[in-house]
Design a protein around this ligand. Structure first.
Ligand code: F6P
Length: 547
């Protein structure tokens, strides 16, 4: 029987009708301490989910929903290495990458822990040589800059983490990220670099991604115009990939390849050697702290009962709005400038994982799956799109991520930042009703006609849900835990919706068509084999090129 026809689903539909008209303002007023009831402290991370349109009955039903899909069993299958990515017949074991040494995980007769440990040793050795300066370039100079060339999961995770943890960098190296095929990205990056002191990391799981290989070839051509000798490439190019033959074919020394495995999904790969740029920027020990933080969250996710399990609660709240309030969007607002790439990172994690329309058996799902994830740091976002969060006809749930400690304690900045953050979640929850607006306008001396004109514009409906995630400090450990928390949230939602969160066939069609259009753009014939729109666009560009 389909999920949306199950007993618990129907119970949730009925329950939604019952509580739809309840306002969170009243819920906070009606006895009991809502915060105590709907918040969790886990180490130095606190989740406040009290500003949600929920009662204890809602949570009971949502937890029943989780049980009805055998969530715990499915979770254990992932950790144990079952081939849960069925369309690619692969295990999903990014969690194995962050387990402490000394465990054993045998999958298909292979002890993964040994394989993982070997690559970590290789990464550590590389970090030590580059950081100490014993890794020399072709003119004998030490490396000053690292350029990670990759896209999607081979870019977004490392880029986000290095930005987020900038205060923890050793300062010995600058890191740069080139992802876009737009020649501007690599050109503008190369302008800042000295080929004698630059190390390129070509990061691609498949080593077939057009954008990455094109950027890598441009980087190599730029390097060779200065270094001339091809043998110098070995000192300036390393690769991170699962595809040894393609790496060697590209001309990168076998010894300079850092491997990972097909059981690590691209968007889950920052914990693997894809994190080499992170380790180089922060030093290997801090990369290890990132892994440790993620591992601690894995243990929380594995062992905590459902009702005290942070990723599970976040996932269920998301399902509540997505499927029962028809809300297809979810905002993520970090109140920390260092987390400015976090929403972009989460977009791939969440939307590439759960943006699916068929279930594991290939049947069309009868309910919404992954929401649109978006966001920007506070307070910039307040002056951009919060108007819509406060007063649009429908609501958009939001996560507020807030480190209590600032890395830059200047004057009153941090107090003002946090005052804004807490004010926004309060405003979104409370709103401002007609009576309050009337009083305000009265006090300002408005006459009746002005009052009636302004009133509807100044009312805030409130009742808009937020989660607040407080971290004592944003550091390698807490960031590792935060990322793992979202990974598991996405996993839980994928299990509830019955989709495969670990494939991404939806990105293939565009790639295939681009391959067909590319020679057409370069050819001399007028194109007529597509629809009239696509023909016209291709021909407009071809005409422009010859004009
Ligand atoms: O966007 C599709 C995708 O396959 C992502 O899943 C992946 O992270 C990205 O391309 C890059 O792939 P690769 O690491 O193989 O170059």
């Amino acid at each position: 029987m389909g999920l949306s026809r199950s007993e618990v689903w129907n119970a949730l539909l009925l329950h939604k009708q019952e509580i739809e008209t309840l306002h969170m303002r009243e819920m906070f007023q009606d006895g009991g301490n809502r915060f105590e009831q709907f918040s969790l402290q886990w180490g130095e991370l606190m989740l406040d989910y009290s500003k949600n349109r929920i009662t204890s009955r809602t949570m009971e039903l949502l937890l029943d929903l989780a049980r009805s899909v055998e969530l715990e069993k499915r979770r254990d299958e992932m950790f144990d290495g079952a081939p849960i990515n069925r369309t690619e017949n692969r295990a999903v074991l990014h969690t194995a990458l962050r387990r402490p040494p000394g465990y054993s995980l045998v999958v298909d007769g292979l002890d993964l822990s040994t394989e993982i440990a070997d690559v970590l040793v290789q990464m550590k050795d590389c970090c030590e040589r580059v950081i100490s300066g014993s890794w020399k370039g072709y003119t004998g100079k030490r490396m000053t800059d690292v350029v990670n060339i990759g896209i999607g999961g081979s870019d977004l995770g490392p880029c986000m983490v290095t930005e987020a943890l900038r205060p923890f960098a050793h300062g010995h190296l600058q890191v740069h990220f080139v992802s876009n095929i737009d020649g501007t990205h690599i050109s503008e990056t190369l302008k800042k670099l000295n080929p004698e002191t630059t190390l390129f990391i070509i990061a691609s799981k498949t080593f077939t991604t057009q954008e990455t290989l094109t950027n890598a070839m441009s980087a190599r051509a730029w390097f060779l115009t200065h270094a001339v000798e091809r043998s110098h490439i070995a000192k300036h190019f390393v690769a991170v990939s699962t595809n040894r033959s393609k790496v060697v074919e590209f001309g990168i020394d076998d010894a300079n390849m850092f491997r990972f495995w097909d059981w690590v999904g691209g968007r889950y790969s920052l914990w693997s050697s894809i994190g080499l740029s992170i380790a180089l920027f922060l030093g290997f020990d801090r990369f290890q702290e990132l892994l440790n933080g993620a591992c601690a969250m894995d243990e929380h996710f594995r062992q905590s009962p459902l009702e005290g399990n942070i990723p599970i609660l976040l996932a269920l709240l998301g399902v509540w709005y997505n499927n029962f309030f028809d809300v297809s969007s979810h905002a993520v607002i970090p109140y920390d400038q260092y987390l400015h790439r976090f929403p972009a990172y989460l977009q791939q994690l969440d939307m590439e994982s759960n943006g699916k329309r068929v279930d594991l058996a290939g049947n069309m799902v009868e309910y919404a799956t992954g929401p649109v994830i978006w966001g920007e740091p506070g307070t910039n976002s307040q002056h951009a799109f919060f108007q819509l969060l406060h007063q649009s006809p429908n609501f958009i749930p939001a996560d507020f991520i807030v480190p209590l400690k600032t890395q830059n304690p200047i004057g009153e900045h941090h107090d003002i930042l946090l005052a804004n953050c807490f004010a926004q979640t309060e405003a979104l929850m409370r709103g401002k009703n007609e009576q309050e607006v009337r009083q305000e306008l009265d006090a300002a001396g408005c006459d009746d006609s002005e009052m009636n004109m302004l009133l509807p514009h100044k009312v805030f409906p409130g009742n808009r849900p937020t989660n607040t995630i407080l971290l004592k400090e944003l550091n390698p450990y807490s960031l590792g835990a935060l990322i793992a928390m979202y990974e598991h949230k996405v996993f839980v939602q994928g299990i509830i919706w019955g989709v495969n969160s670990f494939d991404q066939w939806g990105v293939e069609l565009g790639k295939q068509l681009a391959k067909a259009i590319f020679p057409e753009i370069q050819g001399s014939e007028t194109i007529s084999c597509h629809d009239s729109s696509t023909n016209a666009l291709i021909n407009a560009y071809r005409d422009f090129k010859v004009s």
